[in-house]
Structures are given as structure tokens and as C-alpha cells.
Design a protein around this ligand. Structure first.
Ligand SMILES: *[C@@H]1O[C@H](CO)[C@@H](O)[C@H](O)[C@H]1NC(C)=O
Ligand SMILES: *[C@@H]1O[C@H](CO)[C@@H](O)[C@H](O)[C@H]1NC(C)=O
Ligand SMILES: *[C@@H]1O[C@H](CO)[C@@H](O)[C@H](O)[C@H]1NC(C)=O
Length: 322
């Protein structure tokens, strides 16, 4: 998905700009279709421009800020940091994914100092129908990342994600890697603002979950960020696999690995700017970084309404949307 069109800063010198970055395991149709256009789409920058792969960059999302998709002549500034956001989901959740994709596309872009790429993260797409349909999404939106695992909650997907990313993006590393969910509304600009003054190393940031007298023993699965070095450490740490420590409550385990390994010591708890939406759907806050538990369309509608996402819809003879 994309909220602006720039990809230039992403892979500034590469001559392989139109080559596959995102797929770990091309499968079946995915192998044929997904790979090509999967580049460069989704980052959320304010100074959009630079179509890298002409003809492939077909995404037509408007940008929430009303910013034009313009081609700028000046060379884009390097961002201060780059963040990869992985939205863990499963192939069949097409409707939800459509909503979440719009949620990212129609929010104010990240500030120019941050480059934010959003990807939908799947384990293997085995069903041939899903493979075809997910391939279409990848072709159209370029925001699909397929891991080498079988789809199964609490069975190592988080580990696979954090350990695959450093390999997959080895040539164009990020400063931060985030894991989030398809029932979380992440406000990218607010997250960027939080990250900007933080260290770029040894970071573990999210909604801290207290255990005993440790206020942040692990970060809640609604969304957390680690710095690249922490993701790299997870990806190369054989003890995690040796001790079969990838099965179970994944976000709690993630904290456990880091605690044992003494990693992610720069910990930040973003409560109350990250929170669960309550039963009455009335605890939104204007300074939200992420709100979680948006588990049905009514909750998504409330979220869009609260954050004024639908406020700027232009009047038209073609629709009347109260
Ligand atoms: C995928 O996982 C299998 C089984 O763990 C492994 O043999 C294979 O090398 C992996 N492939 C990639 C591309 O990582
Ligand atoms: C790892 O844990 C899973 C789930 O608890 C279990 O099914 C599997 O047998 C374990 N494997 C090893 C090698 O202990
Ligand atoms: C939405 O718009 C209203 C009216 O302009 C404003 O008062 C409110 O603060 C906005 N909400 C958010 C979350 O920005």
C-alpha cells in the first residue's frame, strides 16, 4: 500500500530497483506474479515522488493530507530513520486487509524525517485460490511479505517475522522493525514522532506489560518496535530455536528472549498513547499512537470517524454519505 509515491530514498543506489525484495518464498502463482511489483510502494512520506518502476507503480491511493502526488525535481532528503511496519495477518482476511490498507493510506503521511514502509505479513500461502488472490494484492499494492512458515497462531510466526526481516532486507536495512496486528490502528506520524529522539540501537518499544515489579517485561502484541540490531540478534540467535522457545504466547516469549539475552534494554512504554479500545468505544484519545481491539467494521468506522479520516470527503453528486 502506499500513501505517497516516493521510493527513491528507499534504495537510492541500487540498480536492481525493480527486483523482488519482499518475498521470501515465492509459492506457486505468487512466484510468478508477486515478485515484480512488490517494490517501493508503501512508504509513507510527505514529499512523494519518484516512480521507480514505471507502469508497476499503479497504486492510486489519495493521500490523506490532500498532498498531491507530484514529481519533485529536487533530490529527496535522506530520512533520519527508516521503519518497517509488518501487519501480521492471514490470507483469507481480505475484507479486514482492505480496511487496514485504507487506514494506512488515508492517514497523514509520516513526516519527511521518517520513512515508513508497511507490509502485510503472511506465513506460507498454500491454498491455490488464496495464492492467486494474494498475488493480485501484491501486484497491485506491493505490500505483501510472505514468510517461510505455516499459518498458525502462537506457533512461531513472530519469530519467523523478526528473523526473516534482517535477511530479506539485508541490502537496505531499516533502523526499526515493528510488528503489529490487523486489529490495530497505528498512527504512523505519531509513532515516527516517538521514535525520532530515541536511540537507534537496543530499542524495544510498545505497550509495556508489567510482570512482578518489572514494568515492561514484554510488549503487548498490539504493536511493538525493535531496533534493527535487536531483530538481527533474534534472527541469528540459535538458542531460541534450540530451546524450542517459539511456541506459545509469542509476544511474551519475545520479551523473554530479550530479557535472557539482555537485549532491547532501551525500553519505552507508550501507554497511554497505545491502548485497547474499550467495550463502549469511547476511550479514543487525540494523541493516540496505536489503538487496538478494532475487531469489527463498526469499530473501524468509529475509529475513522474519531480521527476525522472521513471528514474531508468532497461533496459529490455521485454519493451521499451521511
Ligand atoms: C524454509 O523452511 C524450511 C524448513 O525449516 C527450510 O528447510 C528452508 O531452507 C527455508 N527456506 C528459506 C528460504 O528460508
Ligand atoms: C516444541 O514445542 C511444541 C509445542 O509445545 C511441541 O509440539 C514440540 O514437540 C516441541 N519440540 C521439541 C523438539 O521439543
Ligand atoms: C477532528 O476534527 C474536529 C473538528 O475540526 C476537531 O475538533 C478534533 O480535534 C479532530 N480530531 C482529531 C483526533 O484530530
Amino acid at each position: 500500500m502506499k500513501t505517497s509515491s516516493s521510493s527513491q530514498a528507499l534504495f537510492p543506489t541500487s540498480s536492481t530497483l525493480c527486483t523482488p525484495y519482499l518475498l521470501l518464498v515465492p509459492l506457486g502463482l505468487l512466484a510468478a506474479v508477486v515478485v515484480l511489483p512488490s517494490l517501493g510502494s508503501s512508504h509513507v512520506r510527505s514529499n512523494g515522488l519518484g516512480v521507480l518502476c514505471p507502469g508497476l507503480d499503479t497504486d492510486g491511493y489519495p493521500v490523506a493530507s490532500g498532498a498531491e502526488k507530484t514529481v519533485s525535481a529536487e533530490s529527496p532528503e535522506q530520512p533520519e530513520f527508516r521503519l518497517l511496519v509488518g501487519v501480521l495477518t492471514t490470507p483469507k482476511r481480505y475484507e479486514r486487509r482492505g480496511i487496514v490498507r485504507l487506514a494506512y493510506a488515508l492517514q497523514p503521511p509520516a513526516p519527511a524525517y521518517a520513512q515508513v514502509d508497511v507490509r502485510f505479513v503472511f506465513c506460507g500461502v498454500d491454498d491455490p485460490v488464496d495464492a492467486a488472490l494474494v498475488a493480485l494484492e501484491a501486484a497491485r499494492h506491493g505490500d505483501v511479505l510472505v514468510l517461510n512458515c505455516t499459518e498458525n497462531m502462537n506457533d512461531g510466526k513472530t519469530h519467523e517475522y523478526f528473523s526473516s526481516v534482517p535477511r530479506t532486507f539485508a541490502d537496505a536495512s531499516y533502523d526499526y522493525v515493528m510488528k503489529t496486528d490487523d486489529d490495530t490502528y497505528l498512527r504512523v506520524a505519531a509513532m515516527a514522532e516517538e521514535l525520532r529522539p530515541k536511540p537507534r540501537d537496543d530499542v524495544y518499544l510498545g505497550y509495556g506489560f508489567a510482570v512482578g515489579d518489572d514494568p515492561m517485561q514484554f510488549m503487548h502484541g498490539m504493536g511493538y518496535v525493535v531496533s534493527w540490531d535487536v531483530a538481527s540478534w533474534v534472527s541469528t540467535n540459535e538458542d531460541i530455536l534450540r530451546y524450542n522457545d517459539t511456541h506459545g504466547p509469542e509476544d511474551l516469549l519475545f520479551g523473554k528472549w530479550l530479557n535472557i539475552g539482555k537485549r532491547g534494554q532501551n525500553r519505552y512504554d507508550l501507554k497511554p498513547r497505545m491502548y485497547d479500545l474499550n467495550w463502549n468505544r469511547d476511550n479514543f484519545r487525540p494523541d493516540t499512537v496505536a489503538v487496538h481491539m478494532i475487531k469489527d467494521n463498526r469499530r473501524w468506522a468509529d475509529t475513522f470517524r474519531y480521527f476525522n479520516v472521513t471528514a474531508g470527503i468532497k461533496p459529490s453528486n455521485l454519493y451521499h454519505l451521511p
